[in-house]
Design a protein around this ligand. Sequence first.
Ligand code: ADP
Ligand code: MG
Length: 326
Amino acid sequence: MNTNHLEKLGEFGLIRQIQAQAGTAEHLVKGIGDDCAIQRQESDKELLTSTDLLIEGVHFNRQWIGMEDLGRKSAAVNISDIAAMGGQPKSLFLAVASPVDISVSELQQFTRGFLAEIAEYGAILAGGDTCRSPGPLLISVTVQGDVAAGTAICRDGAQVGDAIYVSGTLGDSALALIELHAGRRPDAYLLTRHNTPRARVALGRQLAEQQLASAMLDVSDGVMSDLGHILSASGVGAELELAALPLSKPFRTALKQNPQLIDLALAGGEDYELLLTSAQQDLSEMAALVPKLTKIGHVCQQPGLRIRNFDGSFYQCSRGGFDHFS
Ligand code: ADP
Ligand code: MG
């Protein structure tokens, strides 16, 4: 028997290791080790909870991402949902169903990456579940966070006349994925954006605390698709400027070769940047907001989403946003 396999350590041995690494937090009365985690609640705050599934072959391919980065990404994409409400992540719950060909050391790398990532946002691992998978590697992550009562930024608050902003740059992750699918090695920066995206927690919190955003979400399926969620929830329409989309240097370089790649910035997915609407028309001038926000359009009365091309005409994107069932 390969001693590096899970049979030797056992489910409970693995959990004990995770428990020893997980640490403690002020709000966590009891973490890993009992039937439930016990958390102290602050009365002037509201509890935020979100769950994500990551399935091998659907959300990731083990050939293209190391286990430590996979741990980081599993945490970041889940915490991104707390950032998108303007909240502070506090506790995470991690369930892993592991196929036989994954070694203990690979699971340890995964845990190390997961714990390192959540520590960067001041959050803690408070529980989970561990079992064998007869099929692919399956990861389920739940995050709980909090926000000052009444200050969470929802999707339904966009108003006609609001400016539309996005943080960071768009399309980097999708471009890396296209390169990987084509059997090419992506630019190092683009690959980082795909394999280890960061959750925009500090920015989200600042926007909530200063009440700067009327609606917000994180861009997971592409700006077009995700902005569509804000528009339908708010009962408004919008116009975007193609020329205003924030693009990284490596993305611009690729775009020069293939102008069609602009559609990745609109509908690529997995950007994990914050997309928001705001009554403030000059938010991008606020130097304190990190990463920088770029104004990419405005909210209007006329339903639907229109995209202005460089020459002022309307642009038709060739891609839809990501949808698991279409
Ligand atoms: P139960 O049988 O009550 O579900 P488990 O034996 O599955 O308990 O889990 C024991 C403890 O270890 C619980 O506190 C659970 O939350 C935690 N736990 C199990 N797997 C993980 C994991 N992968 N990451 C973090 N905590 C875990
Ligand atoms: Mg269990």
